[in-house]
Design a protein. Structure first.
Length: 484
Protein backbone atom coordinates (compact mmCIF):
# COMPACT_ATOMS: atom_id res chain seq x y z
CA UNK A 1 0.00 0.00 0.00
CA UNK A 2 2.79 2.44 0.95
CA UNK A 3 4.78 1.61 -2.19
CA UNK A 4 1.68 2.05 -4.33
CA UNK A 5 1.05 5.44 -2.76
CA UNK A 6 4.67 6.50 -3.20
CA UNK A 7 4.68 5.41 -6.81
CA UNK A 8 1.48 7.27 -7.66
CA UNK A 9 2.62 10.50 -6.03
CA UNK A 10 6.42 10.45 -6.17
CA UNK A 11 8.04 7.73 -8.28
CA UNK A 12 6.17 7.36 -11.56
CA UNK A 13 8.30 9.90 -13.48
CA UNK A 14 11.62 9.95 -11.61
CA UNK A 15 14.19 10.91 -14.28
CA UNK A 16 12.14 13.74 -15.80
CA UNK A 17 11.07 14.99 -12.38
CA UNK A 18 14.68 15.24 -11.19
CA UNK A 19 15.83 17.06 -14.33
CA UNK A 20 12.85 19.42 -14.37
CA UNK A 21 13.34 20.15 -10.66
CA UNK A 22 16.97 21.07 -11.31
CA UNK A 23 15.91 23.44 -14.08
CA UNK A 24 13.37 25.11 -11.82
CA UNK A 25 15.93 25.50 -9.01
CA UNK A 26 18.21 27.51 -11.30
CA UNK A 27 15.31 29.73 -12.35
CA UNK A 28 14.22 30.24 -8.72
CA UNK A 29 17.45 31.90 -7.58
CA UNK A 30 17.28 35.26 -9.40
CA UNK A 31 13.52 35.47 -8.80
CA UNK A 32 13.91 34.88 -5.05
CA UNK A 33 16.67 37.48 -4.84
CA UNK A 34 14.65 40.03 -6.83
CA UNK A 35 11.55 39.50 -4.68
CA UNK A 36 13.62 39.87 -1.51
CA UNK A 37 14.88 43.23 -2.75
CA UNK A 38 11.27 44.19 -3.60
CA UNK A 39 10.22 43.37 -0.04
CA UNK A 40 13.16 45.28 1.38
CA UNK A 41 14.90 42.31 3.01
CA UNK A 42 18.15 40.38 2.62
CA UNK A 43 18.28 38.11 -0.48
CA UNK A 44 18.67 35.05 1.74
CA UNK A 45 15.17 35.62 3.17
CA UNK A 46 13.67 34.96 -0.26
CA UNK A 47 16.00 32.03 -0.94
CA UNK A 48 15.23 30.40 2.42
CA UNK A 49 11.51 30.95 1.81
CA UNK A 50 11.70 29.34 -1.62
CA UNK A 51 13.50 26.29 -0.19
CA UNK A 52 11.14 25.87 2.78
CA UNK A 53 7.95 26.40 0.79
CA UNK A 54 8.95 24.19 -2.14
CA UNK A 55 9.98 21.27 0.09
CA UNK A 56 6.96 21.58 2.40
CA UNK A 57 4.36 21.96 -0.35
CA UNK A 58 5.78 18.93 -2.16
CA UNK A 59 4.67 16.87 0.84
CA UNK A 60 1.42 18.54 1.95
CA UNK A 61 0.17 20.25 -1.23
CA UNK A 62 -2.84 19.22 -3.27
CA UNK A 63 -1.45 19.79 -6.79
CA UNK A 64 1.43 17.61 -7.93
CA UNK A 65 4.03 19.25 -10.14
CA UNK A 66 3.18 22.81 -9.07
CA UNK A 67 6.03 25.02 -7.83
CA UNK A 68 5.52 27.29 -4.83
CA UNK A 69 8.12 29.73 -3.49
CA UNK A 70 8.66 33.42 -2.76
CA UNK A 71 6.68 35.49 -5.28
CA UNK A 72 6.49 39.07 -6.48
CA UNK A 73 2.75 39.34 -5.79
CA UNK A 74 3.38 38.58 -2.11
CA UNK A 75 6.63 40.55 -1.81
CA UNK A 76 4.99 43.74 -3.06
CA UNK A 77 2.73 43.74 0.03
CA UNK A 78 5.54 43.32 2.57
CA UNK A 79 7.61 46.46 2.03
CA UNK A 80 5.68 48.88 4.28
CA UNK A 81 5.63 46.40 7.19
CA UNK A 82 9.38 45.82 6.97
CA UNK A 83 10.15 49.54 6.74
CA UNK A 84 7.96 50.47 9.70
CA UNK A 85 8.39 47.52 12.07
CA UNK A 86 11.39 45.48 10.90
CA UNK A 87 11.97 42.00 9.59
CA UNK A 88 10.89 40.18 12.77
CA UNK A 89 7.36 41.47 12.21
CA UNK A 90 7.56 40.08 8.68
CA UNK A 91 8.38 36.63 10.05
CA UNK A 92 5.42 36.89 12.43
CA UNK A 93 3.14 38.06 9.60
CA UNK A 94 4.29 35.13 7.47
CA UNK A 95 3.35 32.65 10.22
CA UNK A 96 -0.05 34.32 10.72
CA UNK A 97 -0.59 34.23 6.96
CA UNK A 98 -0.05 30.48 7.03
CA UNK A 99 -2.46 30.02 9.94
CA UNK A 100 -5.15 32.04 8.13
CA UNK A 101 -4.64 30.01 4.97
CA UNK A 102 -4.88 26.73 6.86
CA UNK A 103 -8.19 27.85 8.39
CA UNK A 104 -9.36 28.86 4.90
CA UNK A 105 -8.54 25.33 3.76
CA UNK A 106 -10.53 23.84 6.64
CA UNK A 107 -13.46 26.05 5.61
CA UNK A 108 -13.07 24.67 2.06
CA UNK A 109 -12.24 27.97 0.37
CA UNK A 110 -10.80 25.93 -2.49
CA UNK A 111 -14.29 25.43 -3.92
CA UNK A 112 -14.51 29.14 -4.75
CA UNK A 113 -12.20 28.61 -7.72
CA UNK A 114 -15.23 27.07 -9.47
CA UNK A 115 -16.83 30.51 -9.49
CA UNK A 116 -14.08 32.00 -11.64
CA UNK A 117 -15.22 32.09 -15.31
CA UNK A 118 -13.03 30.92 -18.18
CA UNK A 119 -12.71 34.49 -19.52
CA UNK A 120 -11.18 35.58 -16.18
CA UNK A 121 -8.81 32.58 -16.11
CA UNK A 122 -7.69 33.37 -19.65
CA UNK A 123 -7.20 37.04 -18.76
CA UNK A 124 -5.23 36.04 -15.66
CA UNK A 125 -2.95 33.74 -17.68
CA UNK A 126 -2.33 36.31 -20.41
CA UNK A 127 -1.66 39.05 -17.85
CA UNK A 128 0.89 36.86 -16.08
CA UNK A 129 2.61 36.16 -19.39
CA UNK A 130 2.87 39.89 -20.03
CA UNK A 131 4.13 40.58 -16.49
CA UNK A 132 6.76 37.83 -16.78
CA UNK A 133 7.93 39.32 -20.10
CA UNK A 134 8.02 42.88 -18.73
CA UNK A 135 9.92 41.77 -15.62
CA UNK A 136 12.83 40.70 -17.84
CA UNK A 137 13.20 44.07 -19.61
CA UNK A 138 15.21 45.82 -16.84
CA UNK A 139 17.95 43.25 -17.44
CA UNK A 140 18.60 44.90 -20.81
CA UNK A 141 19.21 48.36 -19.32
CA UNK A 142 22.81 49.32 -20.05
CA UNK A 143 23.48 45.87 -21.54
CA UNK A 144 25.83 45.31 -24.47
CA UNK A 145 25.12 43.36 -27.63
CA UNK A 146 26.39 40.25 -25.86
CA UNK A 147 23.25 40.21 -23.71
CA UNK A 148 21.00 40.13 -26.78
CA UNK A 149 23.10 37.40 -28.39
CA UNK A 150 23.00 35.26 -25.24
CA UNK A 151 19.21 35.60 -24.91
CA UNK A 152 18.77 34.68 -28.57
CA UNK A 153 21.16 31.72 -28.26
CA UNK A 154 19.32 30.52 -25.14
CA UNK A 155 15.97 30.63 -26.94
CA UNK A 156 17.48 28.83 -29.94
CA UNK A 157 18.68 25.95 -27.74
CA UNK A 158 15.34 25.80 -25.89
CA UNK A 159 13.29 25.49 -29.06
CA UNK A 160 15.71 23.55 -31.32
CA UNK A 161 17.13 20.94 -28.93
CA UNK A 162 13.77 19.09 -28.56
CA UNK A 163 13.90 18.46 -32.32
CA UNK A 164 17.06 16.42 -31.71
CA UNK A 165 16.38 14.90 -28.28
CA UNK A 166 13.93 15.25 -25.40
CA UNK A 167 16.04 13.22 -22.99
CA UNK A 168 16.86 16.32 -20.91
CA UNK A 169 15.00 19.63 -20.47
CA UNK A 170 16.22 22.03 -23.12
CA UNK A 171 16.02 24.95 -20.68
CA UNK A 172 18.48 23.21 -18.32
CA UNK A 173 20.87 22.50 -21.18
CA UNK A 174 20.64 26.12 -22.33
CA UNK A 175 21.50 27.49 -18.87
CA UNK A 176 24.48 25.13 -18.48
CA UNK A 177 25.87 25.86 -21.98
CA UNK A 178 25.48 29.63 -21.63
CA UNK A 179 27.14 29.56 -18.20
CA UNK A 180 30.09 27.53 -19.50
CA UNK A 181 30.52 29.93 -22.44
CA UNK A 182 30.29 32.99 -20.19
CA UNK A 183 32.86 31.65 -17.71
CA UNK A 184 35.22 30.24 -20.38
CA UNK A 185 35.42 33.45 -22.41
CA UNK A 186 35.06 35.74 -19.38
CA UNK A 187 32.23 37.61 -21.05
CA UNK A 188 31.22 41.01 -19.75
CA UNK A 189 27.69 40.05 -18.72
CA UNK A 190 25.48 40.68 -15.72
CA UNK A 191 25.31 37.58 -13.54
CA UNK A 192 23.20 36.23 -10.71
CA UNK A 193 25.86 37.37 -8.25
CA UNK A 194 25.27 40.98 -9.33
CA UNK A 195 21.69 40.81 -8.06
CA UNK A 196 22.51 40.29 -4.40
CA UNK A 197 24.77 38.58 -1.90
CA UNK A 198 24.33 34.81 -1.59
CA UNK A 199 25.45 33.53 1.84
CA UNK A 200 26.39 29.87 2.01
CA UNK A 201 24.55 29.11 5.25
CA UNK A 202 21.73 26.74 6.22
CA UNK A 203 18.38 28.19 7.31
CA UNK A 204 17.82 27.71 11.04
CA UNK A 205 14.74 27.52 13.28
CA UNK A 206 13.89 30.97 14.55
CA UNK A 207 10.86 32.17 16.49
CA UNK A 208 10.06 35.79 15.55
CA UNK A 209 11.62 38.18 18.06
CA UNK A 210 8.41 40.09 18.77
CA UNK A 211 6.31 40.71 21.87
CA UNK A 212 3.15 38.63 21.53
CA UNK A 213 0.34 41.10 22.22
CA UNK A 214 -2.94 42.29 20.77
CA UNK A 215 -1.21 45.41 19.41
CA UNK A 216 1.30 43.29 17.55
CA UNK A 217 -1.41 41.02 16.13
CA UNK A 218 -3.53 43.99 15.03
CA UNK A 219 -0.43 45.45 13.35
CA UNK A 220 0.30 42.36 11.24
CA UNK A 221 -3.28 41.13 10.73
CA UNK A 222 -4.17 43.40 7.76
CA UNK A 223 -0.95 42.44 5.96
CA UNK A 224 -1.41 38.75 6.77
CA UNK A 225 -5.01 38.78 5.52
CA UNK A 226 -3.93 40.44 2.28
CA UNK A 227 -1.06 37.97 1.86
CA UNK A 228 -3.39 35.03 2.54
CA UNK A 229 -5.96 36.14 -0.03
CA UNK A 230 -3.39 36.98 -2.71
CA UNK A 231 -1.50 33.73 -2.07
CA UNK A 232 -4.59 31.55 -2.24
CA UNK A 233 -5.90 33.33 -5.33
CA UNK A 234 -2.65 32.88 -7.25
CA UNK A 235 -2.17 29.31 -6.03
CA UNK A 236 -5.69 28.17 -6.95
CA UNK A 237 -5.50 29.86 -10.35
CA UNK A 238 -2.12 28.23 -11.02
CA UNK A 239 -3.45 24.85 -9.88
CA UNK A 240 -6.35 25.19 -12.33
CA UNK A 241 -3.94 26.00 -15.16
CA UNK A 242 -1.79 22.96 -14.32
CA UNK A 243 -4.93 20.80 -14.19
CA UNK A 244 -5.64 21.83 -17.79
CA UNK A 245 -2.02 21.51 -18.96
CA UNK A 246 -1.60 18.00 -17.55
CA UNK A 247 -5.24 16.88 -17.93
CA UNK A 248 -5.28 15.78 -14.28
CA UNK A 249 -7.20 16.86 -11.20
CA UNK A 250 -6.02 18.40 -7.95
CA UNK A 251 -7.39 18.77 -4.43
CA UNK A 252 -7.90 22.52 -4.09
CA UNK A 253 -8.80 22.53 -0.39
CA UNK A 254 -5.75 20.39 0.40
CA UNK A 255 -3.65 22.85 -1.59
CA UNK A 256 -5.00 25.78 0.44
CA UNK A 257 -4.12 24.01 3.70
CA UNK A 258 -0.74 23.02 2.26
CA UNK A 259 0.05 26.63 1.37
CA UNK A 260 -0.76 27.55 4.96
CA UNK A 261 1.56 24.91 6.42
CA UNK A 262 4.34 25.91 4.01
CA UNK A 263 4.12 29.58 5.01
CA UNK A 264 4.20 28.71 8.72
CA UNK A 265 7.37 26.67 8.10
CA UNK A 266 8.86 29.51 6.05
CA UNK A 267 8.22 32.04 8.80
CA UNK A 268 9.81 29.75 11.40
CA UNK A 269 13.00 29.35 9.33
CA UNK A 270 13.70 32.97 8.43
CA UNK A 271 11.68 33.11 5.22
CA UNK A 272 8.93 35.33 3.86
CA UNK A 273 5.45 34.33 2.72
CA UNK A 274 5.05 32.78 -0.72
CA UNK A 275 2.62 30.95 -2.96
CA UNK A 276 2.42 29.12 -6.28
CA UNK A 277 4.56 30.53 -9.12
CA UNK A 278 3.06 30.34 -12.59
CA UNK A 279 6.39 30.96 -14.35
CA UNK A 280 8.40 28.29 -12.57
CA UNK A 281 5.42 25.92 -12.68
CA UNK A 282 5.27 26.27 -16.46
CA UNK A 283 9.02 25.57 -16.63
CA UNK A 284 8.50 22.45 -14.52
CA UNK A 285 5.56 21.13 -16.53
CA UNK A 286 7.14 21.88 -19.91
CA UNK A 287 10.38 20.22 -18.74
CA UNK A 288 8.45 17.06 -17.91
CA UNK A 289 7.82 17.53 -14.17
CA UNK A 290 4.63 15.81 -13.04
CA UNK A 291 4.95 14.37 -9.53
CA UNK A 292 5.66 15.69 -6.05
CA UNK A 293 9.28 14.69 -6.61
CA UNK A 294 9.84 17.51 -9.10
CA UNK A 295 8.72 20.10 -6.52
CA UNK A 296 10.86 18.52 -3.79
CA UNK A 297 13.91 18.41 -6.07
CA UNK A 298 13.51 22.09 -6.97
CA UNK A 299 13.72 23.05 -3.29
CA UNK A 300 16.52 20.63 -2.36
CA UNK A 301 18.65 21.54 -5.39
CA UNK A 302 18.06 25.22 -4.66
CA UNK A 303 19.57 24.76 -1.20
CA UNK A 304 22.39 22.62 -2.64
CA UNK A 305 23.21 25.35 -5.17
CA UNK A 306 23.34 27.93 -2.39
CA UNK A 307 25.43 25.91 0.04
CA UNK A 308 27.77 23.94 -2.22
CA UNK A 309 27.84 25.66 -5.60
CA UNK A 310 27.27 29.22 -4.48
CA UNK A 311 30.42 30.47 -6.19
CA UNK A 312 29.35 28.86 -9.49
CA UNK A 313 25.74 30.00 -9.22
CA UNK A 314 26.91 33.59 -8.86
CA UNK A 315 28.47 33.31 -12.35
CA UNK A 316 25.29 32.19 -14.15
CA UNK A 317 24.65 34.91 -16.76
CA UNK A 318 21.31 36.68 -16.45
CA UNK A 319 20.98 36.45 -20.23
CA UNK A 320 20.43 32.69 -19.98
CA UNK A 321 17.79 33.05 -17.27
CA UNK A 322 16.07 35.90 -19.14
CA UNK A 323 15.90 33.65 -22.21
CA UNK A 324 14.25 30.91 -20.14
CA UNK A 325 11.70 33.36 -18.73
CA UNK A 326 10.95 34.62 -22.25
CA UNK A 327 10.19 31.01 -23.13
CA UNK A 328 7.87 30.84 -20.11
CA UNK A 329 6.12 34.04 -21.17
CA UNK A 330 5.60 32.79 -24.73
CA UNK A 331 4.41 29.40 -23.50
CA UNK A 332 2.10 30.84 -20.87
CA UNK A 333 0.23 33.26 -23.12
CA UNK A 334 -2.98 31.81 -24.56
CA UNK A 335 -2.45 32.71 -28.22
CA UNK A 336 -5.72 31.05 -29.22
CA UNK A 337 -7.56 33.67 -27.16
CA UNK A 338 -6.41 36.33 -29.64
CA UNK A 339 -7.73 34.34 -32.59
CA UNK A 340 -11.11 33.83 -30.95
CA UNK A 341 -11.43 37.30 -29.42
CA UNK A 342 -13.88 38.50 -32.07
CA UNK A 343 -15.80 35.22 -32.10
CA UNK A 344 -16.64 34.82 -28.41
CA UNK A 345 -19.48 36.86 -26.81
CA UNK A 346 -18.52 40.52 -26.59
CA UNK A 347 -19.07 40.60 -22.83
CA UNK A 348 -16.61 37.71 -22.32
CA UNK A 349 -14.05 39.45 -24.52
CA UNK A 350 -14.41 42.68 -22.52
CA UNK A 351 -14.04 40.82 -19.21
CA UNK A 352 -10.89 39.09 -20.44
CA UNK A 353 -9.31 42.34 -21.66
CA UNK A 354 -10.25 44.21 -18.46
CA UNK A 355 -8.75 41.42 -16.32
CA UNK A 356 -5.49 41.66 -18.29
CA UNK A 357 -5.45 45.46 -18.03
CA UNK A 358 -6.08 45.52 -14.27
CA UNK A 359 -3.48 42.84 -13.47
CA UNK A 360 -0.80 44.41 -15.69
CA UNK A 361 -1.53 47.94 -14.43
CA UNK A 362 -1.69 47.14 -10.71
CA UNK A 363 0.63 44.08 -10.71
CA UNK A 364 -1.92 42.72 -8.23
CA UNK A 365 -3.28 39.37 -9.34
CA UNK A 366 -6.00 39.25 -6.68
CA UNK A 367 -7.44 42.64 -7.67
CA UNK A 368 -7.47 41.60 -11.34
CA UNK A 369 -9.21 38.31 -10.64
CA UNK A 370 -11.74 39.88 -8.26
CA UNK A 371 -12.50 42.61 -10.83
CA UNK A 372 -13.06 39.97 -13.51
CA UNK A 373 -15.31 37.89 -11.26
CA UNK A 374 -17.41 40.94 -10.30
CA UNK A 375 -17.82 41.94 -13.96
CA UNK A 376 -18.78 38.35 -14.84
CA UNK A 377 -21.33 38.26 -12.02
CA UNK A 378 -22.84 41.56 -13.13
CA UNK A 379 -22.96 40.33 -16.72
CA UNK A 380 -24.60 37.07 -15.64
CA UNK A 381 -27.10 38.95 -13.48
CA UNK A 382 -27.94 41.28 -16.37
CA UNK A 383 -28.55 38.36 -18.69
CA UNK A 384 -30.60 36.55 -16.06
CA UNK A 385 -32.70 39.60 -15.18
CA UNK A 386 -35.25 38.96 -17.91
CA UNK A 387 -38.71 37.72 -17.06
CA UNK A 388 -41.78 37.48 -19.29
CA UNK A 389 -45.39 36.39 -19.08
CA UNK A 390 -47.52 34.90 -21.85
CA UNK A 391 -51.13 35.67 -20.98
CA UNK A 392 -54.23 33.84 -22.25
CA UNK A 393 -57.85 33.28 -21.21
CA UNK A 394 -59.11 29.70 -20.93
CA UNK A 395 -62.62 28.41 -21.69
CA UNK A 396 -63.77 29.15 -18.13
CA UNK A 397 -62.81 32.82 -18.44
CA UNK A 398 -59.77 32.46 -16.19
CA UNK A 399 -56.72 34.49 -17.14
CA UNK A 400 -53.55 32.38 -17.12
CA UNK A 401 -50.13 34.00 -16.89
CA UNK A 402 -47.34 31.61 -17.94
CA UNK A 403 -44.11 32.99 -16.46
CA UNK A 404 -40.78 32.41 -18.23
CA UNK A 405 -37.42 33.49 -16.79
CA UNK A 406 -35.90 33.54 -13.32
CA UNK A 407 -37.62 35.30 -10.44
CA UNK A 408 -35.10 36.84 -8.02
CA UNK A 409 -34.20 40.25 -6.63
CA UNK A 410 -33.16 41.48 -10.07
CA UNK A 411 -36.54 40.73 -11.67
CA UNK A 412 -39.02 41.29 -8.82
CA UNK A 413 -40.05 44.78 -10.01
CA UNK A 414 -40.53 43.58 -13.60
CA UNK A 415 -42.56 40.63 -12.32
CA UNK A 416 -45.14 42.83 -10.60
CA UNK A 417 -45.43 44.97 -13.75
CA UNK A 418 -46.39 41.93 -15.84
CA UNK A 419 -49.97 41.85 -14.57
CA UNK A 420 -53.02 43.91 -15.63
CA UNK A 421 -54.57 43.95 -12.18
CA UNK A 422 -57.60 46.19 -12.82
CA UNK A 423 -58.66 44.74 -16.17
CA UNK A 424 -58.08 41.07 -15.39
CA UNK A 425 -61.10 38.78 -14.76
CA UNK A 426 -62.20 37.59 -11.30
CA UNK A 427 -60.07 34.45 -11.53
CA UNK A 428 -56.32 34.52 -12.28
CA UNK A 429 -53.76 31.69 -12.51
CA UNK A 430 -50.00 32.30 -12.35
CA UNK A 431 -48.11 29.36 -13.87
CA UNK A 432 -44.45 28.93 -12.79
CA UNK A 433 -43.79 25.75 -14.81
CA UNK A 434 -41.11 27.56 -16.84
CA UNK A 435 -39.69 29.65 -14.02
CA UNK A 436 -37.89 29.31 -10.70
CA UNK A 437 -38.30 31.24 -7.44
CA UNK A 438 -34.81 31.95 -6.10
CA UNK A 439 -34.90 34.19 -3.03
CA UNK A 440 -36.88 36.16 -0.47
CA UNK A 441 -37.22 39.09 -2.88
CA UNK A 442 -38.92 36.76 -5.36
CA UNK A 443 -41.38 35.53 -2.73
CA UNK A 444 -42.07 39.14 -1.74
CA UNK A 445 -42.84 39.98 -5.39
CA UNK A 446 -45.32 37.11 -5.61
CA UNK A 447 -46.92 38.29 -2.37
CA UNK A 448 -47.28 41.83 -3.75
CA UNK A 449 -49.02 40.55 -6.87
CA UNK A 450 -51.41 38.38 -4.86
CA UNK A 451 -52.18 41.24 -2.46
CA UNK A 452 -53.06 43.60 -5.32
CA UNK A 453 -55.45 41.07 -6.83
CA UNK A 454 -57.05 40.36 -3.43
CA UNK A 455 -57.55 44.07 -2.78
CA UNK A 456 -59.56 44.16 -6.00
CA UNK A 457 -61.60 41.16 -4.84
CA UNK A 458 -60.03 38.76 -7.33
CA UNK A 459 -58.92 35.17 -6.77
CA UNK A 460 -55.34 34.07 -7.55
CA UNK A 461 -54.02 30.51 -7.85
CA UNK A 462 -50.30 29.67 -8.14
CA UNK A 463 -49.43 26.54 -10.13
CA UNK A 464 -46.38 24.82 -11.62
CA UNK A 465 -43.95 25.49 -8.75
CA UNK A 466 -41.00 23.10 -8.63
CA UNK A 467 -40.12 21.52 -5.29
CA UNK A 468 -37.37 23.99 -4.43
CA UNK A 469 -39.53 27.02 -5.22
CA UNK A 470 -42.49 25.57 -3.30
CA UNK A 471 -40.29 24.87 -0.28
CA UNK A 472 -38.92 28.43 -0.28
CA UNK A 473 -42.41 29.93 -0.46
CA UNK A 474 -43.60 27.72 2.39
CA UNK A 475 -40.55 28.62 4.51
CA UNK A 476 -41.18 32.33 4.09
CA UNK A 477 -44.82 31.69 4.98
CA UNK A 478 -46.49 33.30 1.97
CA UNK A 479 -50.23 32.95 2.38
CA UNK A 480 -51.11 32.18 -1.23
CA UNK A 481 -53.60 29.72 -2.69
CA UNK A 482 -51.67 27.19 -4.74
CA UNK A 483 -52.55 24.28 -6.95
CA UNK A 484 -49.60 21.95 -7.56
Amino acid sequence: MLYHKLKNSWLFNVRRDILSGMTVALALIPEAIAFSILAGVDPMVGLYASFCIAVTISIVGGRMGMISAATGAMASLMGPLVVKHGIEYLFAATILTGIIQYVMGLLKFGKFITFIPHSVVTGFVNALAIIIFMAQLPSFEGATWLMYVMVAATLAIIYLLPLVTKAVPSALVAIIIMTIISITFNLDLRTVGDMGEITQKLPFFHLPDVVLSLDMIWTILPISLALAVVGITESLMTATIVDEMTETKSDKNKEVKGQGIANVVSGLFGGMAGCAMIGQTVINVKSGGRSRLSTLVSGVVLLFLILVLGSVVKQIPMGALVGVMFMVSIGTFDWNSLRTLTKIPRSDAVIMVVTVAVVVTTSDLAIGVITGVILSALNFGWRLAKIKANASVDEKGTKVYRITGQLFFGTMTHFVDLFDFRNDPESVVIDFSSSHVWDHSAVTAIGKAITKYEQLGKKVVIIGLNEESKKLIEQVGLAAPTNH
